[in-house]
Design a protein around this ligand. Structure first.
Ligand SMILES: Nc1nc2c(c(=O)[nH]1)N[C@H]1C(S)=C(S)[C@@H](COP(=O)(O)OP(=O)(O)OC[C@H]3O[C@@H](n4cnc5c(=O)[nH]c(N)nc54)[C@H](O)[C@@H]3O)O[C@H]1N2
Ligand SMILES: Nc1nc2c(c(=O)[nH]1)N[C@H]1C(S)=C(S)[C@@H](COP(=O)(O)OP(=O)(O)OC[C@H]3O[C@@H](n4cnc5c(=O)[nH]c(N)nc54)[C@H](O)[C@@H]3O)O[C@H]1N2
Ligand SMILES: [Mo]
Length: 766
């Protein structure tokens, strides 16, 4: 069984495999001619921003940058298939719920608003006016505006996000859970404390001159394929690329650039990582602290011998706070704890530290392998400490680079989609729109689920995303949603969340990025902010998938008009007739967006100011702060299971090559050699043997938590894999039923979906 599904993938990432996969995707969506034209418009000066990831492009003026997974995202949005009410209405929700996520997605683009009819257990069409009136009535009937919850996924444009947060705040709440709560929240939190800005400080130009790149917990070959272009160029000019990952990801090892005729024809490729450290899941804080300890010890020796210092003494004195306390803590941390908890050998940590010390300019990148842990904030602050000891921030070629996920997740935050808004922002918003914004903090994602559970009858509204599938503790979350008086999803495609209905439920179809957005004032462009704080325009080129689709800004404007009748001083329909008007309001609220309309119309857009990049520290001390953090010694791997001697594994959950978060395009994970199956558990061969099982055996997973709930995910195939012992990996969303709602990152409250203690038992049919 295992043989057919799992093969050795020894080719580089990219290459002909990537081209073939795109061709299959376009043909599969039934859109050959249009698909090709659409693909060529991605990330072009007058085209749309790729709805795939948030990696920036070479100033949006370059020729088409090939990206396999960007192409899949675009092909999926421009599919010829239509999920009409007639098609979906053939089935009961009970029947639909038994279909796979891939099947749901495969029905194509939503075409009309639909309302759930409980009597027939089906979705039926509803008019837009009626839908908005229904939501308005339910919202206005709530005892308090704080009983409404407004989720945002990160594809929403700046204009839509700005209007949305304005509507919600005029309505009266700051309940803004968003996908960022499950994603880079710890990066924002940790960096704001350390350097006063919750965003990365580097630009693509910095990648071109860095001497070393450290990549922690990120799989760019799948999730940010265009980043491989930068990595390839860096590797070719001799920069060190050092990867920390429990899995040996193909894209971090070898890349064949589909745009290099030479590499494609000769079968050549470029080696990416110069060093690859396979640490334990959750071992990053220990590894980075070990590197810093090595640097500090080497620096002390250099100072005693009268040699050149190895830390940047001038930078530390002038620009940082708390170095002495931090240094004492690092020097006191025992090497054996560092080695044991990182899962690396001492020589590997020394080697990583030597590369770091030998490099003049260093960039540190990180992804979900760092953020989705209990200790994520501390780990990110340790990465910041590493950069700070040698002044690797605020100068060319150096700095932190949290690599964002959704294409506008960073922009949504900039626009005020945040449950803990700053008072100064609320003051300004209230002045510009003449109202009194609510002051109390709202719910984040975990708190929103808890609140829906604790008190039935709330209204849950989602601007995009797939809340039920993306969030932890699936069974509990579904119950929470079902207890709502009304659930509403603005979406492009049918998904699992639409099957988890409150007493009343609506699905509202919207335009995607690739489509022409026609308003009273003509065709409109929207703006987005990428992972490097570049803001630029995006204009769709395809005819809308259905004449009934509304844009997200229009949906907000009509909803606000219906809900805030007589209460709002904002002329919503005037604003939405021409998005320049929305941008003028954005400019009025946010200083950094002064002259927004002029600046965003320059090809390539503009860069938002980043104070940390200017070495201006908006922190508690007015300096960049070092933070001391102990190496965590409570990783799931150390848990023993009461009364049983089965080992406890630490499960990390991640993306396959054929998915976009909860959207499943296919069942292959080409670079990891898995074909035709998503329910797999990557595990060390010796751990399989220790379980007394065989490679390819089917098993059930159960997570451990100190509440009484039993959380299981059944029927996964064991795949012997190159992964440290005690560590296992599987795909999400299938594994989300295992993540307890109560298990989240300290401070940032991001679900710990990268470290779940589990036990593995032979599969037992239900
Ligand atoms: N095609 C495609 N593109 C995407 C997405 C998608 O689903 N598909 N999603 C988008 C979104 S929202 C996001 S946030 C990004 C996500 O992009 P990534 O951050 O790359 O996401 P993941 O696949 O979750 O896994 C990250 C990596 O972390 C490693 N890892 C797991 N645990 C640990 C650990 O404890 N330590 C270390 N060092 N590594 C660990 C895994 O082996 C994996 O290589 O991609 C965005 N782009
Ligand atoms: N176990 C585990 N769980 C995780 C993660 C993990 O690594 N492990 N990763 C987490 C991360 S990083 C993230 S970001 C979240 C993602 O959580 P979400 O952002 O909620 O989920 P997505 O799967 O990206 O949402 C997909 C849906 O968005 C809709 N959509 C697509 N484009 C548009 C559009 O332009 N407008 C509108 N209105 N709707 C659109 C479609 O209907 C589609 O079905 O999941 C998190 N969950
Ligand atoms: Mo994400």
């Amino acid at each position: 069984m295992s043989k057919k599904i799992v093969q050795v993938y020894d080719r580089p990432a990219g290459g002909w495999g990537a081209l073939k996969s795109v061709a299959q995707q376009i043909i599969g969506q039934g859109i050959p001619a249009k698909g090709a034209r659409t693909l060529l418009s991605a990330n072009q000066p007058d085209g749309f921003d790729c709805p795939g990831c948030a990696w920036p492009d070479q100033d949006h003026t370059s020729t088409f940058e090939f990206c396999e997974n960007g192409a899949k995202a675009i092909a999926a949005e421009s599919t010829a298939r239509r999920a009409t009410p007639a098609l979906l209405g053939q089935h009961t929700l009970q029947w639909l719920a038994a279909q796979t996520d891939q099947w749901l997605e495969g029905q194509g683009r939503l075409t009309e608003p639909m309302r759930y009819d409980r009597a027939s257990d089906r979705y039926l069409p509803i008019g837009w006016d009626e839908a908005f009136a229904l939501i308005a009535a339910r919202l206005n009937a709530l005892p308090t505006p704080d009983d409404a919850i407004f989720y945002t996924s990160g594809r929403t444009s700046n204009e839509a996000a700005f209007l949305y947060q304005l509507f919600v705040r005029e309505f009266g709440t700051n309940n803004f859970p968003d996908c960022s709560n499950m994603c880079h929240e710890p990066s924002g939190y940790a960096m704001r404390e350390a350097v006063g800005v919750g965003k990365g400080t580097v630009l693509l130009d910095d990648f071109q001159i860095a001497d070393a790149l450290f990549i922690f917990g990120q799989n760019p070959g799948t999730n940010h394929p265009r980043m491989l272009g930068e990595l390839r160029a860096a590797a070719k000019r001799g920069a060190a690329i050092v990867s920390f990952n429990p899995l040996r990801e193909r894209g971090l090892e070898k890349f064949q650039n589909p745009q290099s005729a030479g590499e494609m024809l000769s079968g050549g490729s470029t080696a990416i990582s110069s060093d690859y450290f396979q640490l334990k899941i959750g071992g990053d804080l220990a590894a980075v602290k070990g590197m810093i300890k090595f640097v500090l010890e080497a620096d002390a020796a250099a100072r005693e011998a009268g040699r050149a210092r190895l830390i940047d003494v001038t930078f530390i004195e002038e620009h940082t706070a708390n170095f002495d306390v931090f240094m004492a803590d690092v020097l006191a941390e025992p090497w054996d704890v560092i080695v044991r908890e990182s899962g690396l050998e001492r020589a590997q940590i020394d080697r990583a530290a030597e590369i770091y010390m030998g490099a003049g300019k260093v960039i540190a990148c990180w992804g979900m392998g760092i953020t989705q842990h209990r200790h994520s904030v501390a780990t990110i602050q340790m990465i910041m400490n590493l950069l700070l000891v040698r002044g690797n921030i605020g100068r060319p070629g150096a700095g932190p680079c949290p690599v964002r996920g959704h294409s506008n997740v960073q922009g949504d935050r900039t626009m005020g989609i945040f449950e803990k808004p700053k008072p100064a922002f609320l003051d300004r918003l209230g002045e510009v729109f003449d109202f009194a914004p609510p002051r109390a903090n709202g719910y984040d994602t975990v708190a929103a689920i808890e609140a829906m559970l604790a008190e039935p009858g709330k209204v849950f509204f989602a601007m995009g995303g797939n809340f039920a599938a993306a969030t932890p503790d699936t069974r509990v979350t579904e119950q929470a949603l079902r207890q709502c008086a009304l659930t509403v999803h603005v979406a492009t495609k049918f998904n699992r969340s639409h099957l988890v209905c409150g007493t009343d439920a609506l699905v509202l179809p919207c335009l995607g990025r690739t489509e022409i957005d026609q308003q009273a004032g003509g065709p409109q462009a929207v703006s987005v902010e990428d992972s490097m704080s570049m803001v630029h325009l995006s204009s769709g080129i395809n005819a809308p998938s259905s004449p009934a689709l509304l844009s997200e800004p229009m949906i907000v404007a009509r909803l606000a008009t219906a809900t805030l009748k007589g209460r709002s001083k904002t002329d919503w329909m005037w604003l939405v007739a021409d998005y320049d008007r929305i941008r003028d309001k954005i400019a009025a609220v946010f200083e950094d967006f002064a002259d927004f309309n002029q600046r965003v119309k320059v090809p390539g857009g503009f860069h938002l100011r980043n104070t940390a990049a200017e070495r201006l520290w908006l922190t508690s001390t007015g300096k960049a702060n070092f933070y001391a953090h102990a190496v965590p010694t409570d990783l799931p791997i150390h848990l023993a299971r009461d009364g049983r001697d089965s080992p406890v594994f630490n499960l990390t959950t991640m993306r396959s090559h054929d998915q976009y978060n909860t959207t499943i395009y296919g069942l292959n994970d080409r670079y990891r050699g898995v074909f035709g199956e998503r329910r797999v558990l990557f595990i060390h061969a010796e751990d399989i043997a220790a379980l007394g099982l065989l490679d390819g055996a089917w098993v059930d997973l159960e997570s451990l938590c100190d509440d009484n709930a039993r959380r299981q995910a059944k029927r996964f195939m064991l795949v012997a894999y190159n992964i440290p012992r005690g560590c296992v990996a599987a795909y999400f969303p299938e594994t989300n039923p295992l993540v307890p709602l109560s298990s989240f990152a300290d401070f940032a409250r991001t679900p710990t979906s990268k470290s779940i203690p589990i036990v593995v038992t032979p599969h037992a049919a239900a």
